[in-house]
Design a protein around this ligand. Sequence first.
Ligand code: MTE
Ligand code: MO
Length: 337
Amino acid sequence: FRNRGIPLEGIRYPITPTGMHYLLTHFDVPDVDASKWQLKVIGLVSNNLSLSLDNLKRLPKVTMPVTMECAGNGRARLNPRPISQPWLLEAIGTSEWGGTPLKGVLEHAGINENAQELLFTGRDEGLQGGEVQLYQRSLTVAEATRDEVLLAYEMNGAPLEPQHGYPLRLIVPSWYGMTSVKWLDSIEAIPRHFDGYQMDKTYRYTVTADKPGEPVTTIKVRSLMVPPGIPEFLTRTRLVADGETTIKGRAWAGRQSISKVEFSDDDGTTWHEADLEAKVGEFAWTGWSYQWQAKPGKHFLHVRATDSDGDVQPVAQPWTLLGMGNNMTQRVEVIVR
Ligand SMILES: Nc1nc2c(c(=O)[nH]1)N[C@H]1C(S)=C(S)[C@@H](COP(=O)(O)O)O[C@H]1N2
Ligand SMILES: [Mo]
């Protein structure tokens, strides 16, 4: 399995240690020589730009914690299971990303009025769905010029590691991870919707193969707990001592904030409100905790969050063909001794 996930106990850290952040690379990590690399800004622009890493580092710098989640997180629990990355719950992480706002670079380039989208092309190439392709995704001009969108060259205070997009990647806070294109090579202003593979053939809420479904965009409300107690090696069932136990975790929701987190120890029948901490950042997760009175026996623990729009996590996952945007509650089997 070449795409690692966060060990769930790693959600205890407000900023995920770099080596614990999940990873998703469709093709191979490309071989990029940063001393020769330049970011090209082309297409419907007044000035074509070609920027070296040093040029980008001289532009205004912003650092911010951003919670990123893969749109396929939770896919492995679907039945039938879509054939793609078999994530359980671990395609999540929060990093402190450093770079320059994309908006400023686009202002230097001067986006023409007839541009509709910006096309972001990575250096990595492969074959997917019968098409040889570079990894490419687009955003509308309005989404791409939001203040928080970054051209990032740092992760947790260090240069990006090769597998996370060195030398430069896009960071689009609130959107599922596929939008944050790694190994950025060019940004092209285009007059129409980009209908490439990663836009129109996948990352859709497809239910039946004949209808594409809505595109996958921002992250849905979700929460996770650090599994309490100690694990059984083979099954991961948890063993917990009886009495009071503090259950801790994190909750997040794209552009919304978290308004409520609830805990259940009876497989989602009754719910108890948890205490919320301050968010780690405007675009990062919120910590929560709950004092649980653990009584001897077997329990199925759940956690569910509600966002500021009133959206709440389902206890059972609606099925989709590609297994995108799953946000059903985490279920943890615990035996209290
Ligand atoms: N160029 C490129 N960018 C990419 C990808 C990729 O395969 N190639 N994977 C995307 C997906 S699906 C996700 S979830 C995030 C993962 O970022 P990470 O590996 O740094 O956690 O990168 C996105 N950007
Ligand atoms: Mo992803």
